[in-house]
Ligand binder design. Sequence first.
Ligand SMILES: Nc1ncnc2c1ncn2[C@@H]1O[C@H](COP(=O)(O)OP(=O)(O)OP(=O)(O)O)[C@@H](O)[C@H]1O
Length: 220
Amino acid sequence: MLELKSLKKAYLQGSQKVEIFENLNFHLKEGQRVAIMGKSGSGKSTLLSLISGIIKADEGDITLNSVSYKDLQEGELNDFRATNIGFIFQNFHLVSYLNALENVMLPAKVCNIANAKEKAIDLLKSVGLSHRLDHLPSQLSGGEKQRVAIARALIHNPKIILADEPSGNLDEETGIAVMDKLFELIKQNNTTLILVTHSKDVALRCEKTYELHSGNLNKC
Ligand SMILES: Nc1ncnc2c1ncn2[C@@H]1O[C@H](COP(=O)(O)OP(=O)(O)OP(=O)(O)O)[C@@H](O)[C@H]1O
């Protein structure tokens, strides 16, 4: 369902060109859950940004659900991303002036999903936040914010979830509870998951772990 073919990506840092990926190949089947580990600066976030289409590869192609990113115009790629991909970030990335319910409804509105409000309420219930629907992010704890972010990532039934250190900013106990909820929900929906993490315990929840090293994904 996801294929990365001969991906090349470099950044310009001043006058210096820094190669992150020179020839990256990778594929995932539907419903697979994989962890990506690797040293700071090895390119994990860059990899997620490429898969989400937020940044473009210099060469090579990405195919998600048989759709080649190369065949999509900018606007089409944005729509494709909004429909097919869910994101969970270390810093939650909730919209500060929207309450929990409105934050969760956002992707559903972008994708024109029917009964967005009912679905958002159900999801917030399933992450244990039915009593926090009208709270702003500033009125929520870190664990609550991340549970809102999980509900938001799932509301449009994305094909794939990209999670960048989702428990990195939470204390151990809260992190475990949040990851329990994430895995429970994605297993129910058979959602594919790519999870970037520095934690071996978190990685062990996935079927496979890869280490990103020198621009290659090596199975651990
Ligand atoms: N927009 C950019 N312009 C220039 N260099 C960049 C840019 N984004 C990332 N880099 C560089 O690319 C390399 C990989 O960065 P990336 O954020 O993908 O690493 P990472 O593995 O996610 O790191 P961390 O674990 O610290 O979050 C780093 O050396 C970084 O400085």
